[in-house]
Design a protein around this ligand. Structure first.
Ligand code: MRU
Length: 384
């Protein structure tokens, strides 16, 4: 099916209407009623099993973030925002409710260290709680605010897509009839946010406009978010893509097989340094050496305005070495883990790295594209 047919199939719907209904289901949604709760896709089992989990308490939200049932900086933030609703509800049952709320907020903030969207979302909710006052109506106010943040994230990502689309169009114009080859790392797709993704938003918009794109998907060891999640969602959206091992990017770039890189990120400093999934830095180095444009796509909730130097000031998550020593996949119809090294070999599992601003061609945000620098960020976020 050609892109044109995909568009025709959706008749009079515009792209926004199309993507809102298709192709990727949301990774988080709400069950509203007398006792509202949250449901999520448990991303640990994709693409092989489609399991959903109910989140009905602060602890459920904390666990879902920590265990990576949900992951991706913006989605972690939205999950924590709903976690704050449960936190308020639970705190009302305590004598010292306000202290209890603060403790639960602190636990949510600590559930993963690197993605600043998590702290941002908890701070948004705590600011609302302060302004609102601690009373019986607070949970409802926090629930409504979390819903607002969730819808805002979808809109922000749509805007990132429209700005990033122009970069794809520029390259497409220079190679008529040929696909624009884009390399991405980890999953900064729809599953990592509410809709569209960050790095994938321009790709989806190009694809829906009939612009030929092809995506090189880094597998992204150790948890393989590229192989498991990005490949899955690009497949559902019918975007041409090819899975490559993490070490292939440099070779592809040397041979002119990558036109540009789009990656997401978990935290950007006010000087434009970027923390993203481990391995991003090596891709940026290879891109720089081969004059391949390297763009980082992000919502402004990923900018940490408090810090300047990414290398010294961003806390980098370290996870269990079991994720390095074992690899997960489908075997005999079941999702299983297999050991890939001698039983006694230790692993080191560092989750993120920092790409210095000098290696980043530009930051694609909901306010437009800017240089990865203090001046660049200030030019589109003068209010910060
Ligand atoms: O450890 P993960 O899977 O949460 O890491 C995700 C990433 O590194 C993404 O690139 C980042 O969060 C951006 S999501 C739009």
């Amino acid at each position: 099916m050609t892109n044109k047919q995909v568009l025709l199939k959706f008749g009079t719907e515009n792209i926004e209407q199309h993507i809102l209904k298709n192709p990727i289901p949301r990774s988080i949604w709400l069950q509203e009623g007398d006792e509202p709760f949250v449901q999520i896709i448990d991303q640990r089992f994709l693409p092989h099993e489609n399991r959903t989990n109910d989140l009905k308490s602060t602890l459920d939200c904390e666990r879902a973030i920590k265990e990576m049932e949900v992951r991706g900086a913006p989605l972690i933030g939205i999950t924590a925002a709903f976690g704050m609703y449960f936190a308020a509800l639970e705190s009302l049952r305590h004598d010292d409710g306000e202290t209890c709320l603060q403790k639960k907020a602190a636990a949510l903030r600590a559930s993963r260290p690197t993605a600043v969207n998590l702290m941002w979302a908890v701070d948004q909710q705590m600011a609302l709680a302060k302004a609102h006052g601690f009373n019986q109506q607070l949970p409802e106010a926090l629930w409504n605010n979390a819903k607002m943040l969730m819808e805002e994230d979808a809109e922000v990502c749509r805007k990132i897509g429209t700005y990033g689309l122009e970069l794809i169009k520029e390259i497409a114009a220079k190679k008529p009839g040929e696909p624009v080859n884009i390399l991405t790392h980890c999953n900064a797709g729809s599953l990592a946010v509410i809709e569209w993704g960050t790095a994938t938003a321009p790709i989806y918009q190009a694809h829906l406009q009939g612009i030929k794109v092809h995506v090189w998907v880094d597998e992204t060891r150790p948890r393989n978010q590229g192989a498991n999640l990005t490949a899955y969602e690009l497949g559902v959206a019918k975007v041409p893509h090819t899975l490559v091992v993490d070490n292939a990017g440099g070779h592809l770039m040397q041979h002119g097989m990558v036109d540009l890189c789009f990656v997401g990120c978990d935290r950007v400093t006010k000087n434009g340094d970027v923390a993203n999934k481990i391995g991003t830095y090596l891709k940026a180095l290879a891109a720089n050496d081969n004059q391949v444009p390297f763009y980082v796509c992000l919502p402004s909730s990923t900018i940490d305005w408090q810090i300047s130097d990414g290398l010294s000031e961003i806390e980098i998550e370290e996870r269990s070495d079991e994720e390095v020593r074992y690899i997960q996949g489908l075997h005999d119809g079941e999702v299983k883990q297999v050991l890939i090294c001698p039983e006694t070999t230790a692993g080191y599992n560092i989750g993120f790295d920092v790409t210095p601003a000098r290696l980043v061609t530009g930051l694609v945000t909901e306010r437009g594209i800017c240089q990865a620098s203090a001046a660049g960020l200030a030019s589109i976020f003068p209010d910060k």
